[in-house]
Ligand binder design. Structure first.
Ligand code: PHE
Length: 349
């Protein structure tokens, strides 16, 4: 056993005196002493040859040795790539330029959403937000879409499994931010002037033109004497601010259960300037939003007197507006997080 003690003493001296001049020497130290085939392992392996009555004493000595080697390794690492005792210096050329810092950028959908919000804010709208997991009432029922209403099929819905006892409301992922309008009307009396930006979900197959989630900005204005002319003028103002003075708009009659009358709004295609292209399906026009006068039933659902108050509502997709503004032709790009796509928006505010 004398030999083993001598050997350990010798090893300790060697470890103590070790100086690393570079990071790879620290690694060599680790391999030599602490690696799976290292000397510390080998020394520990000697334990089996120690007579039983000395095992306790040697156990301590061997353990101390192991800790000693580990402590040295940590010290070598801590002093970065040279030993604390070493006189070796890393030469740094202070005149070299620094490593470039890559600056992140806002997501194009955030940029466009912020711009949309700021345009409506100038008209006195305030932002309202609500939950993405919604109950059936706020998403559908309150918006004049009772359970058996065929128009529910317009929006393929992700439902959330009911608890085993079947009690409580039906939960779903909101299909539009009209659910936020419902929540506002629940708590606020007219005048109401809100816009509701947010993410919505629909059970669609993912392709260049459709996704299972996207973003909307919806708006709601309720007061005395609000007319369809106000709706048109508000949306016309929005389009001019967003796309410039030259863009043309047109309204087409449409149907939504929560508005009556309802209209969809098209703008002249910005990509081909009305000449006809893939984006406008060669019509020169692109649909950008749904809108209408709030249905009296919706007002009644929230105790708002439809004889006293009228209102308009509208809803549009942020992706569509972004597509037109930045000519992004594949919806999937928005959620793939490809830096080559995202960095094109660096510096855009
Ligand atoms: N909620 C409708 C949709 O998501 C859009 C809309 C909002 C239409 C308000 C009319 C009025 O499709």
């Amino acid at each position: 056993m004398e030999d083993l003690l001598k050997q350990i003493e010798q090893y300790k001296q060697e470890i103590d005196g070790f100086v690393a001049k570079a990071a790879d020497e620290v690694e060599q130290f680790r391999i030599k002493w602490l690696g799976t085939k290292g000397l510390v392992k080998a020394v520990m392996g000697e334990m089996k040859n120690v007579p039983n009555e000395q095992k306790k004493q040697f156990g301590q000595i061997l353990n101390e040795f192991k800790l000693f080697a580990e402590a040295k390794f940590e010290a070598l690492q801590a002093s970065n790539d040279v030993s604390g005792k070493s006189s070796a210096k890393v030469l740094i050329d202070q005149s070299l330029p620094g490593d470039p810092v890559s600056v992140g950028s806002r997501h194009p959908l955030s940029l466009v959403k912020n711009e949309m919000v700021s345009i409506f804010k100038r008209l006195g709208f305030v932002v309202a937000e609500g939950p993405e997991i919604e109950d059936d009432w706020h998403n559908f029922g309150a918006m004049n879409l009772p359970e058996d209403h065929p128009a529910r099929d317009m929006q393929d819905t992700f439902y959330i499994k009911k608890p085993a006892d079947g009690n409580g409301p039906t939960w779903l992922l909101r299909t539009h931010t009209s659910s936020v309008q419902a929540r506002v009307m629940e708590h606020q009396k007219p005048p109401i002037r809100v816009i509701c930006p947010g993410r919505v979900y629909r059970n669609e197959t993912i392709s260049a033109r459709a996704h299972c989630f996207f973003h909307q900005v919806e708006g709601l204005y309720i007061d005395e004497n609000v007319s369809f002319a106000d709706l048109k003028q508000t949306l016309y103002f929005f389009v001019q601010e967003m796309f410039g003075k030259d863009v043309k708009v047109r309204f087409r009659p449409s149907y939504f259960p929560f508005t009556e009358p309802s209209a969809e709004m098209d703008i002249s295609c910005l990509i081909c300037e009305g000449k006809g292209c893939n984006i406008c399906k060669h019509t020169g026009w692109v649909e950008i939003l749904g809108s209408g006068m709030v249905h009296p039933k919706v007002l009644e659902n929230f105790g708002i007197d439809p004889n006293k108050y009228t209102g308009f509502a509208f809803g549009m997709g942020v992706e569509r507006i972004t597509q037109l503004k930045y000519q992004v032709n594949d919806l999937r790009l928005y959620s793939q997080n490809d830096v080559r796509f995202l960095k094109q928006f660096t510096g855009v505010v």
